[in-house]
Ligand binder design. Structure first.
Ligand SMILES: CC(C)(COP(=O)(O)OP(=O)(O)OC[C@H]1O[C@@H](n2cnc3c(N)ncnc32)[C@H](O)[C@@H]1OP(=O)(O)O)[C@@H](O)C(=O)NCCC(=O)NCCS
Length: 147
């Protein structure tokens, strides 16, 4: 049975789960230690959803909510489901829960980006009802490390 909850504590189990899941999302993501995970879970803008299947952590998603002059913004980030648990609706369940949470916190829209090479993810988002936006996504790569 799939269960969702909001992570609050960087337990050994969650640290291990992120060690397992993050490489399946990004080959360049640095592994998270307990302190790093604690900061992420403790950030007031973040809601980190955890999905369990029969008690085992199989997926995570981070909903980011922040306030700007035009209103509450919501973004979904870092969606990943363990390869052994894909295709059974875990991803969809996490996204739908994130949409529900965003609505209860006053967001009118929820944004995400997904590289077009991520075929399964793009199919899932569009099936749920995300629509491509007519906008340019820009990124400036910072060369200097923050001190
Ligand atoms: C994207 C991801 C989170 C989906 O998780 P999931 O638990 O398998 O999601 P669901 O079971 O709810 O739905 C999966 C959908 O992808 C489809 N899918 C799975 N593999 C696919 C493939 N190779 N090509 C096309 N579609 C595929 C499934 O058919 C299903 O869509 P459908 O129900 O319309 O058929 C998961 O595949 C994943 O973690 N991928 C690697 C990380 C990633 O790309 N994250 C997204 C970052 S933007």
């Amino acid at each position: 049975m799939i269960e969702l909850h909001i992570a609050t504590e960087p337990t050994d189990e969650l640290v291990a789960a992120f060690r397992r899941l993050l490489p399946q999302l990004s080959s360049s993501a640095a592994p998270l230690d307990r302190d790093a995970l604690a900061k992420i879970l403790g950030s007031p803008t973040n809601i980190v959803l955890i999905a369990r299947d029969d008690g085992i952590v199989v997926g995570t998603l981070t909903l980011v909510l922040y306030l700007v002059p035009t209103g509450v913004r919501a973004r979904i980030e870092d969606v990943v489901v363990d390869a052994s648990a894909r295709g059974r609706g875990v991803g969809e369940a996490m996204i739908r829960e994130a949409l529900r949470l965003a609505a209860t916190r006053g967001a009118k829209t929820v944004d995400l980006t997904s590289n077009s090479t991520r075929v399964a993810a793009n199919q899932l988002y569009q099936r749920i009802g995300f629509e491509p936006r007519e906008t340019h996504a820009y990124r400036y790569v910072l060369k200097n490390k923050a001190k």
